[in-house]
Design a protein around this ligand. Structure first.
Ligand SMILES: [Ca+2]
Ligand SMILES: [Ca+2]
Length: 204
């Protein structure tokens, strides 16, 4: 094994390494001796608490895993602190991904406010929020604010008004810089309870 000097190898030891090439040189005293070379272990090593940090997230808030019409997987609802699920069987206009909007996360007025805390590397991200009003029947019944990190990006947001009625999909996208390793998306009550259908996080 050409890369090892004979003086650095002990005959009674097992050595771990990747063997490649045409094989031992018959003239090499090391490989001609009794040194045993064993391959790398084939079982992946385990880390007790692996960091689940990534820079792309798609989350079906208030629902289960869903693959959208573009073939992109939205994982089932994760990373939230509170709230409950609200659903509808009504068709959702202005989207080819109705199921994404037919099951959503809402949050009652009692503390705490609904917040998603998503581990990301430091950087700037585009956060896309998906909305459709599936409960309220008129403007002004559900009004809320949304904050990304320490910046309010939606003030007095009324899904019904923004989408032009109930059961109509609408999205809003914002850029945000994360410096503390956690993207925080907070939904704050104004009138009624906040409601969100899905969240997408992409590097900006
Ligand atoms: Ca709450
Ligand atoms: Ca943060």
């Amino acid at each position: 094994m050409g890369s090892w000097s004979s003086g650095g190898v002990i005959a009674t030891n097992n050595y771990w390494g990747a063997a490649s090439g045409p094989g031992p040189d018959p003239a090499d005293n090391v490989c001609a001796g009794t040194v045993a070379v064993t391959p790398f272990a084939t079982t992946p090593f385990n880390v007790a608490n692996p960091l689940q940090v990534q820079s792309v997230y798609r989350i079906h808030t208030g629902g289960g895993a869903y693959t959208n019409s573009a073939g992109l997987l939205f994982i089932g609802d994760s990373y939230f602190n509170t709230g409950s699920v609200v659903t509808t069987t009504a068709a959702i206009a202005n989207t080819t991904d109705g199921p994404l909007y037919q099951s959503q996360r809402t949050d009652a007025a009692a503390a705490p406010e609904l917040q998603y805390s998503i581990a990301v590397p430091q950087g700037t991200y585009t956060v896309k929020l998906f909305f459709a009003e599936i409960v309220a029947t008129g403007a002004g019944q559900r009004v809320f604010n949304v904050r990304l990190e320490n910046t309010t990006v939606l003030t007095n947001f009324d899904i019904f008004t923004a989408a032009g009625g109930a059961n109509k999909a609408i999205t809003r996208s914002f850029n945000v810089t994360v410096t503390d390793g956690t993207l925080n998306i907070t939904f704050l009550h104004v009138t009624g309870d906040p409601l969100v259908a899905a969240i997408e996080v992409l590097p900006h």
